[in-house]
Structures are given as C-alpha cells and as structure tokens.
Design a protein around this ligand. Structure first.
Ligand code: TRP
Length: 337
C-alpha cells in the first residue's frame, strides 16, 4: 500500500504558559505548512504525565494550547487539532512499540538523561518509554514528515528505527520512515535574561520569557529590560558569535518579521541596542497582540473549544484506527470477529 507523501504530524505538550519560544519554534511554522501538507497537530497530554506528579490542570492547559494554536492561525477546518488521550490508538500502538524498541536504544536518549537527572531510579517508567509513545503518535498516521526542534531529532530517529524493525520483524511494510523537518531561525528562542538558556515556561523569573497572553505593556517592558552587552550591533553574522543576547534579539526580530538574519543585521549594523529594542517591542506587540486577544476570546468559551477538539479527535481516530488494525494483523493477533 502506498504511504501518504505529504502528511505532517507534530505534537506539543499541554504544560501551561505558552511563550514566544513555542510560537516561533513550533506554532508559527505549523501555520505556514498548512497549505502544503495535510496536517495533524496533537496536544500530547499522555506525554505530560511522564513527569508525575507535577500534573497541574491538564484539561485547562490543553485548552490553552488549542486556543494558542487557533489564535495563531491554525485553521481547524483544514488541519486536524486534537488531544492525544482522546484517540486511544496512540496508547495502544505505544504498547506495541514498547515491545519493539530495545532498552539499549532508549538508554541512549539524551532527553531521558536530562529529565531524569541524577536520580534515574525515581523516574517513571513512562519517562523512559516516552519516545515509543512519540513514535506511535507519528506512525499511527503514517506521517511522511515531522516538523520539530533540534532537540527532538534523536526521538525521531528512534521512531524510524522502530518503524523499520516492526516492518522487518513482521515481514509487512506497515510503517513509513518519517522525515524530520527542522525549523527556521526562530527554532531556538533563548531567555531574555540569559542568551545561553532556552526560553522556558519553568524559569522562575517571568522576565525571561514573553508569554503569548502578555499585554502589550508587559511585552514592551520585558524587551526594554532584556539583557544586552555594551557593544554596538555588528555588521555580520560571524560577529554575533560570543554575543548570545544580541544574537537572540536579532533572531527573534528576524523570525517575527519573516526576514533573514542577514537582512536584520544590515538594518541595525553599527547602531546600539537603543535602536533595536523599541523596534523589536513594536514588532512583537503587533504580532502577538492580536493573537493574545483572540486567545482570550476563545478561552472565554471552553465548551466551544471542547467541541472543536472533539471534532478533531473524531477525524484523527478515523485515520488512526485502520493503521492500528493493520499493525495488529501484521503481528498476528486474533482478529476480532
Ligand atoms: N516530544 C515532543 C516535545 O517535547 C512533543 C511530541 C510528542 C511530538 N509527540 C510528538 C513532536 C510527535 C513531534 C511528533 O517537543
């Protein structure tokens, strides 16, 4: 059977506070891909519980992520937006992949090592098999492409290894080998207070990040107070090396304005941060302001959001179920009469 050639699946965690890093690193790119691909965007609540018991209000966080995506321009009539736990095939196929992936493969995952920290014995077994569930997310739709950040590349390679081993071991060509689509200049948005750390929802200082729900005043204030260095802005990309804060602000400017980094450098070359910051603030407010107000409108009607997500789950289920059935059949499970 031919595999889909143009089908995207990507996932995003429903862990509170969407910020500029989520927008530029993921959502904005997804919006742009909608016309060229058949898109499925999954809010991965099953992944969120791998760091039990740091649960928070998962249902509300999932709605917030959905609202952020829709407010940014994901069209739910064109793309499929849904919550992972609403489509049982993800967890069912993940179980199969728990039996396909080798422990040795999982032991090499750098994200597990980072997240488990020093106390590996105390990490949940779900954290260890997290990449198997991610492989299930992708392969239960036979996705051809997966847009993701650099940090998920290793997991995607694992998904390809799983697909290949499943196909070889069953002798059936059930799964394609999905290709990564690594994203543009906004992929790594760094903290506004430390250009060497990723912008993160879990940073204790709110000044380090721009939240997608921040008011215009707050956005402008955070940019005004962003860390800089004493030098004028450089004339070439090479001269940004060793200047993480300058590099970050220029990258953000380029990503928000859909311009190349070179182009932005040319505009500000030789000028101080005093020239860049007000323009960046204005740009950020003009892009994020309308998104924030659309988000709060959407969140004011949770029942409607839940209906949209239920429709997404229905569409996703109709694609996922036959693939799960095909996988079960390839394994040789007793057919359900
Ligand atoms: N692990 C991804 C992250 O933390 C989220 C994710 C889950 C995902 N399932 C996915 C990304 C499938 C791409 C495809 O960012």
């Amino acid at each position: 059977m031919a595999f889909p050639q143009n089908r995207i699946l990507s996932g995003i965690q429903p862990t509170g506070n969407l910020h500029l890093g989520n927008y530029l690193g993921a959502i904005k790119n997804w919006v742009a891909m909608q016309n060229d691909y058949e898109c499925l965007f999954c809010i991965v609540d099953l992944h969120a519980i791998t760091v039990w018991p740091d649960l928070g209000d998962i249902a509300q966080s999932s709605r917030e992520v959905a609202a952020g995506m829709i407010a940014s321009g994901i069209d739910v009539n064109q793309s499929t937006v849904f919550i992972q736990s609403h489509v049982p095939a993800h967890a069912q196929l993940a179980w199969v992949f728990n039996c396909v992936a080798r422990l040795g493969w999982l032991n090499r995952m750098t994200q597990f090592k980072d997240k488990a920290g020093k106390n590996k014995e105390k990490a949940s077994s779900g954290l260890m098999v997290y990449p198997n569930l991610m492989a299930a997310d992708i392969l239960t739709y036979k996705a051809s492409h997966v847009p993701t950040g650099e940090d998920q590349k290793q997991h995607l390679e694992l998904a390809r290894d799983i697909a290949q081993k499943f196909n070889v071991d069953t002798g059936k060509d059930v799964f394609p080998l999905p290709e990564p689509v690594i994203q543009g200049p906004g992929t790594r948005v760094m903290s506004l207070r430390d250009g060497q750390r990723k912008m993160s929802k879990s940073d204790i200082s709110d000044m380090t990040r721009i939240n997608m729900t921040d008011s215009s005043d707050v956005i402008a204030d955070k940019i005004r107070r962003a860390k800089t260095d004493p030098d004028a802005l450089p004339g070439s990309k090479d001269d940004l090396a060793g200047r993480p804060e300058a590099n970050n602000l220029i990258n953000i400017y380029a990503a928000l304005s859909d311009r190349s980094v070179e182009d932005v450098i040319m505009e500000f070359s030789g000028q101080g941060f005093g020239a860049l910051k007000p323009k960046l603030a204005e740009l950020a407010v003009s892009v994020l302001g309308p998104i924030a107000s659309r988000m709060s409108e959407l969140l004011a009607d949770p029942a409607e959001l839940d209906r949209l997500l239920a429709r997404g789950a229905e569409k996703a289920t109709s694609l996922a179920e036959p693939v799960l059935a095909e996988a079960y059949e390839a394994i040789g499970f007793s057919p359900r009469a």
